[in-house]
Design a protein around this ligand. Structure first.
Ligand SMILES: [Zn+2]
Length: 327
């Protein structure tokens, strides 16, 4: 996948910040240790002066090799002594070494002149973030999903209390996020507007992103607009939206059915659903439509693929957004 300069810069900045953070954390640990164990500062001083001596030794005519060898041994012994002090006081021997996010490039983003995988991952994440709707995912968590808005009494039309059903849905979603993997099952959330479908799909997105998976979240309308712009050469993006939608670890399509329907959108929806199904890549769809309504909007082949292969979670209750606005 090709990325534009802006994405490269954003990702490089993230990686550089990781390195600064790792070094700053290391410095804090070192300062703390030196206060507690002043011998460490002495040993470090010895190591610094022997490094200086090595540079000088390079100018020596005779015996330079032996001298450098002896300095090297001295240095190793100082390192060992520091490790011993740390270990005997309950720290790891590498307590004073920086803990880089990526050990391969030490958060420089480049190894032997080649872009490191961590920087590539970061560029992918930045690109996916640009495709996703700009929603403050952090505001929608499992913790602030309140069941108290759902009626705890049995509804006349139903033989159960919506709150009980929603407790089950919430538990299912929490487990889904906790166990998420690249081949997790696909889900369809259906139910009327304002019952928390978006909230739970964003809570899943937040958890799954934290675990390092690539997630794209968007309303059906926005995602389809982007695909259409790309198809007709109007895209401002330097990378393929289609490739991103098909390739991300989790695709969340919000409000399927609300988009303006054209021949293009119908075939694009089919392509995304079908391709990801063949690759066993998970999708979460939320919709206000019933199965019948879906069938009349889309072809039976789309509907049967969704309802035949996705786990169907039904959302019950009164309009939560309406209830919330009354308080
Ligand atoms: Zn790296």
């Amino acid at each position: 996948m090709a990325y534009n300069k802006q994405i490269f810069k954003k990702a490089s900045d993230i990686v550089a910040q990781r390195r600064r953070d790792a070094l700053a954390q290391c410095e804090i640990r070192r300062n703390d240790c030196v206060l507690r164990f002043p011998e460490i500062a002495e040993l470090e001083k010895d190591m610094a002066s022997s490094a200086l001596a090595v540079t000088k030794a390079l100018d020596m005519a005779d015996g330079a090799k032996e001298y450098v060898e002896s300095l090297k041994n001295k240095n190793l012994s100082s390192q060992r002594k520091i490790a011993e002090i740390l270990e005997s006081n309950g720290y790891g021997a590498d307590y004073l070494k920086p803990r880089f996010f990526c050990k391969k490039c030490e958060d420089k983003g480049v190894v032997d002149g080649v872009i490191c995988d961590c920087l590539k991952d970061c560029m992918r994440a930045v690109a996916l973030n640009e495709i996703s709707d700009k929603i403050p995912v952090k505001e929608y968590t499992f913790d602030n999903f309140s069941l108290s808005y759902y009626p705890g009494e049995k509804d006349a039309a139903m033989s159960f209390a919506p709150r009980d059903k929603m407790q089950g849905v919430l538990n299912y979603c929490k487990n889904y996020a906790a166990d998420f993997g690249k081949h997790s099952e696909s889900l369809i959330f259906s139910g009327e507007t304002g019952l928390g479908k978006t909230h739970l799909s964003l809570a899943i997105a937040g958890e799954v992103t934290k675990k390092g998976f690539n997630v794209i979240y968007g309303s059906a309308q926005n995602l389809l607009n982007m695909l259409e712009d790309e198809k007709f050469g109007r895209s401002r993006l330097d990378y393929s939206v289609e490739e991103s939608l098909l390739g991300c670890d989790l695709l969340i399509i919000d409000d399927l059915g609300s988009e303006f329907s054209t021949q293009f959108t119908l075939s694009a929806v089919y392509n995304v659903i079908n391709s990801r199904l063949l690759e066993r890549k998970p999708v979460i769809i939320s919709t206000n439509y019933s199965i019948d309504e879906m069938e009349s909007k889309y072809s039976p082949r789309i509907t049967s693929r969704i309802f035949g292969n996705y786990r169907h979670l039904l959302f019950f209750g009164k309009d939560i957004r309406q209830l919330k606005s009354q308080y």
